[in-house]
Design a protein around this ligand. Structure first.
Ligand code: NAP
Length: 242
């Protein structure tokens, strides 16, 4: 059975990615941090659509928890391995740098950058052994352009972009690709407080994107046919920044 792990699969973009990978016949491991109810909804919809999967609760910023949950999963599923990993979990905590607290810096970096490192390292060895894998990191326009008020978030996402390019070169010959998608403004809980009407005017496509539009790109990069694309960062931002 083909398995895919999506971090932060309980809501928003991660949830749409779970649906897309289930549609591609993956058994989907839906990771979440705290929101069990929403994670259950994701899994229920996967099953309703004829797919299958399970929930895996862990905090991507907690390496002991990651190691424990993923090692335990691997030990009890010796016939399976995770061939697609989507590092999607992320948070923002915006503040001008001048006023930014240590915790705001630490928590954002921990979730996106540490999360990428600890989760990916844990699943990498089986991909390398099987000589096939697809890793897709969900970064952001902020990590490419840098956005004011998001020094922590921009640094975290830019860090993941650098890591994507470096890891891609380390493991390309083993049949494992590493790419990133960089969304602009996408309608999810994360962008709830933003004024879409006002922001629309600066987006050439004149609207926010949908989680499904990001999931479509992730599905493409996760497909077997995308094997000659690695180390790439694909912007999904309605033309906002090219
Ligand atoms: P969202 O609706 O706020 O959902 C965040 C997801 O991440 C939830 O499933 C949440 O789990 C999970 N999560 C947060 N911290 C976690 C942790 N420490 N461990 C495990 N899971 C954790 O966010 P979204 O808009 O879908 O964003 C998804 C990704 O896209 C993020 O990396 C974000 O930076 C990136 N992105 C979003 C936008 C946008 O406009 N929305 C733009 C660019 C990039 P719980 O439900 O358990 O809390």
């Amino acid at each position: 059975m083909k398995c895919a792990l999506v971090t932060g699969g309980s809501r928003g973009i991660g949830r749409a990615i779970c649906y897309k990978l289930a549609e591609m016949d993956y058994y989907v491991l839906v990771n979440y941090k705290a929101n069990e109810q929403e994670a259950q909804k994701t899994l229920a919809k996967i099953k309703q659509n004829g797919g299958n999967g399970q929930l895996l609760k862990f905090d991507v910023g907690n390496k002991a928890e990651i190691n424990q949950v993923l090692s335990n999963w691997a030990e009890t599923n010796t016939d399976k391995y995770i061939e697609v990993l989507v590092n999607n979990a992320g948070i923002k905590d915006d503040e001008l740098m001048m006023w930014m607290k240590d915790e705001q810096w630490d928590s954002v970096l921990k979730t996106s950058l540490d999360g990428f490192f600890y989760v990916t390292r844990q699943v990498l060895s089986s991909m390398l052994m099987k000589k096939y894998g697809r890793i897709v990191n969900v970064v952001s326009l902020s990590g490419i352009k840098g956005l004011p008020g998001q020094v922590n978030y921009s640094a975290a996402k830019a860090g993941v972009i650098g890591a994507t390019k470096a890891l891609a070169q380390e493991i390309a010959r083993k049949g494992v690709t590493v790419n990133a998608v960089a969304p602009g403004f996408i309608t999810t809980d994360m962008t709830e407080g933003l004024d879409e009407k006002e922001l629309r005017s600066i987006i050439p496509v004149k609207r926010f994107g949908t989680p499904e539009e990001v999931a479509h790109a992730v599905g493409f990069l996760a497909s077997a046919e995308a094997g000659y694309i690695t180390g790439e960062v694909l912007s999904i931002n309605g033309g906002l920044y090219t």
